[in-house]
Design a protein around this ligand. Structure first.
Ligand code: APR
Ligand code: ZN
Length: 274
C-alpha cells in the first residue's frame, strides 16, 4: 500500500533534517517469522498439571524454585526461534541501519536474534531484554557471557538429562547457568541490558519508529514518553491499537501506521533512506 500523505510528510521531514532514528521493536516484528508473541494465545507452559503464563515462568523466583522447568521452557522457546528466519520487517531495518550508520539505533525487546541474523550490527543493537544466544552464571560469579550450550535437538516435553544439567552448570562456581534474559521480577541495568544507553538514544532521537510491541514493559514506555515529550516524530507500526499508537496519535509529529511489520516497514524505510 502507498504511504499515507501525512506519514510521507513526517518521514520526508526526518530525512531532510538528517536527524537520529531509534527503532524500538517487540515480539510483533517476529510474528511473521512464526514466533508466537508473548501475550498471544500460545505463550503458556504446563508444569505438573498447572498452566503457567510467561509472566510466571520468566521470573527469578520461578528459577530459584524450579530451575530445570524454567530451562525446559526456554529450551523449547529457543528451539522455535532456531527454526525461524528473519522477515521483510527485519530486513528493512537493516537497510535503514546501513543508510543511516551512526544516526541509527535499534532497541529491541526480542531475544530471538532475528535482527542479528538479518544483518543488524551488534554495536547499534541494544537487546534490552537480553539475547537467547547467551547464558550467564545465575550466581553472578564473574564468568561473564557464554554462548548457549548446544544441547542438541530435543522434544518440547523432555526433561533435562544429566548431560544437559552438566552443560548448564557454571564451570567456575558449579551453580546453574541461566539464560541471558531480563526476568519480570528483575530490573533493567546498563551492563546486561543497556538501560542508560537506551534512555540516551531516546533523548536524542528525531524519530522514534515503534514496531510490534504492546507497551506492557517499563523501559519501552519510558522511551515512548521521552520521545513524545521531547517533540520527536513518532511512528507506530502495529495491526492493533496500543499505547504507542495512542502516543503517536496525540503527537503533533506522530502517525499510527496500522498494519503488519513486513507490509509497512519496507515502504517506511524506503521513504527514510531510499
Ligand atoms: N507486525 C507488527 N506487529 C504485530 C504483528 C505483526 N505482524 N503481529 C502482532 N503484532 C503486535 C501485537 O498487536 C502486539 O501489540 O505485536 C505486539 C506484541 O505484543 P506482546 O506479545 O506483548 O510482545 P512485546 O510487546 O514484545 O512484549 C514485551 O514482555 O513478556 C515480556 O520480555 C517479554 O520482550 C517481551 C515484553
Ligand atoms: Zn558461576
Amino acid at each position: 500500500m502507498a504511504l499515507e500523505p501525512r506519514l510521507r510528510e513526517i518521514l520526508d521531514e526526518v530525512r531532510g533534517s538528517g536527524g537520529r532514528v531509534v527503532a524500538l521493536t517487540g515480539a510483533g516484528i517476529s510474528a511473521e517469522s512464526g514466533i508466537p508473541t508473548f501475550r498471544g494465545k500460545e505463550g503458556f507452559w504446563v508444569v505438573g498439571s498447572r498452566n503457567h503464563m510467561p509472566q510466571e515462568m520468566a521470573t527469578h523466583a520461578m528459577f530459584l524454585m524450579e530451575p530445570g522447568e524454567v530451562w525446559r521452557w526456554y529450551l523449547h522457546r529457543f528451539g522455535v526461534v532456531r527454526h525461524a528466519a528473519p522477515n521483510a520487517g527485519h530486513e528493512a531495518l537493516v537497510r535503514l541501519e546501513r543508510a543511516l550508520g551512526g544516526r541509527f539505533t535499534l532497541v529491541t525487546q526480542n531475544i530471538d536474534g532475528l535482527h542479528r541474523r538479518a544483518g543488524a550490527s551488534e554495536s547499534r543493537t541494544y537487546s534490552i531484554h537480553g539475547d537467547a544466544a547467551w547464558v550467564r552464571c545465575s550466581n553472578d560469579c564473574g564468568v561473564g557471557l557464554l554462548p548457549l550450550p548446544d544441547l542438541g535437538p530435543r522434544d518440547a516435553g523432555s526433561p533435562l538429562s544429566a548431560g544437559d544439567r552438566a552443560r548448564l552448570t557454571c564451570t567456575r562456581c558449579k551453580g546453574w547457568l541461566r539464560p541471558h534474559v531480563l526476568w519480570f521480577d528483575e530490573c533493567y541495568d546498563e551492563e546486561n541490558y543497556r538501560f542508560e544507553s537506551t534512555l540516551r538514544a531516546a533523548a536524542q532521537a528525531d524519530l522514534l519508529l515503534v514496531v510490534g510491541t504492546s507497551g506492557a514493559t517499563n523501559l519501552p514506555m519510558r522511551v515512548g514518553q521521552l520521545c513524545f515529550s521531547g517533540g520527536s516524530a513518532l511512528v507506530d507500526v502495529n495491526p492493533e491499537e496500543n499505547p504507542f499508537s495512542e502516543l503517536a496519535e496525540r503527537s503533533a509529529r506522530g502517525f499510527f501506521a496500522r498494519g503488519s511489520a513486513s507490509a509497512r516497514l519496507p515502504e517506511i524505510v524506503e521513504a527514510l533512506a531510499g
